[in-house]
Ligand binder design. Structure first.
Ligand SMILES: NC(=O)N[C@@H](CC(=O)O)C(=O)O
Ligand SMILES: [Zn+2]
Ligand SMILES: [Zn+2]
Length: 346
């Protein structure tokens, strides 16, 4: 038996949804994580400070008994976002980031940004007050192949924004390519990048070979194997710019197992066990602490958690249910497709 203890991890990119789904999925995160950056892509989206405050109250009301968890709220950037509202929500301590969705890029992103010139005043204000911008980095132009959308975004949107707004702190969310890794590495410490658990495990073959697997479909879509290997190398490098954002994104099974299935993998339940497996496979178990517990708080200017989480490796594979039953329907838990011998010790 082997075990490791790390400061309690945080999730720097999480979808909790609302209502019955929120109630169902929240315990899966609070069991292992101390804090999470909460994505604002509800319907309607969380756009104003007042909406973020009321969403936070709904999350706190859904907390399982005894849980110690702090939701870190975000605002969904629209072309009508008021820089003064953003600044006030940040000054009160409520909001820890603003989220940029290019319009139409992903689940519930229709209110996102079409014309980046219209949000320049918000970016300037954010640079001034040190509030990070979290970015879903894909272009939405029909002509650009879905597997190239991240690389094209970096070159044609992200880099120009960063040059026009020096000092703006940016998180490249859920990077999926070697292009993303290389770009992040070439920047100063105003840039961070989150990596999901599932992008360390699946490549595009897992989605498409031997029959289409809707539960492996997420955005940005998993790329070819060379990219998965680059992400593994980055995540396990210990470098401060790379940190965990699970992008755990629950959808009811009937919405995923459909002729037009939603994007999102649900990994909140087994992320820490899967990460221990991946980091051990890479011979980098000692770097799990940096990736899951230290680099994220450092980027966001917060202290690391003082309590710990212990992972244990046993002779028998870890077990978790196929599905999480929620009041909004069953949600399939990400299945890595191989046995995992690590589990979180209670
Ligand atoms: N990652 C996904 O595939 N889906 C996310 C949205 C997102 O993070 O892009 C969702 O909200 O379902
Ligand atoms: Zn996204
Ligand atoms: Zn997401």
């Amino acid at each position: 038996m082997t075990q490791i203890s790390i400061p309690r991890p945080d999730d720097w990119h999480l979808h909790l949804r609302d209502g019955a789904m929120l109630q169902g999925v929240l315990p899966e995160t609070t069991r292992h994580f101390a804090r999470a950056i909460i994505m604002p892509n509800l319907v309607p989206p969380v756009v104003t400070g007042a909406q973020a405050a009321s969403y936070r109250e709904r999350i706190l009301a859904a907390m399982p008994e005894g849980a110690q968890f702090e939701p870190l709220m975000t605002l969904y950037l629209t072309e009508d976002t008021d820089p003064a509202d953003v600044a006030a929500a940040h000054a009160s301590g409520l909001v820890k980031a603003v989220k940029l969705y290019p319009a139409g890029a992903t689940t519930n992103s229709n209110s996102g940004v079409r014309d980046f010139d219209k949000v320049r005043a918000v970016f300037d204000k954010m640079a001034e007050i040190g509030l990070p911008l979290c970015v879903h980095g894909e272009v939405t132009t029909a002509e650009v192949d879905i597997f190239d959308r991240e690389a094209v975004f970096i070159e044609t949107v992200l880099d120009p924004i960063r040059r026009a707004h020096p000092g703006l702190r940016v998180v490249m969310e859920h990077i999926t390519t070697k292009d993303g890794v290389d770009y992040a590495r070439a920047q100063d410490d105003t840039l961070g990048a989150t990596i999901t658990t599932h992008h360390l495990i699946i490549n595009r073959n897992h989605i498409l070979v031997g029959g289409i697997k809707p539960h492996y479909y997420c955005l940005p879509v998993a790329k070819r194997e060379t990219h998965r290997l680059a992400l593994r190398e980055a995540a396990t490098s210990g470098e401060a710019r790379f940190f965990l954002g699970t992008d755990s994104a629950p959808h009811a099974d009937e919405a995923k197992e459909s002729s037009c299935g939603c994007a999102g993998c649900f990994t909140a339940t087994n992320t820490m066990a899967l990460l221990a497996h991946v980091f051990e496979e890479e011979g980098k178990l000692d770097a799990l602490e940096a990736f899951a517990s230290r680099n994220g708080p450092r980027f966001y200017g917060l202290p690391a958690n003082t309590n710990t989480l212990t992972l244990e490796k046993t002779d028998l594979p870890a077990q978790w249910p196929d599905k999480l039953i929620t009041g909004a329907g069953p949600v399939t838990i990400f299945n890595p497709g191989f046995p995992v011998y690590w589990h979180v010790k209670d």
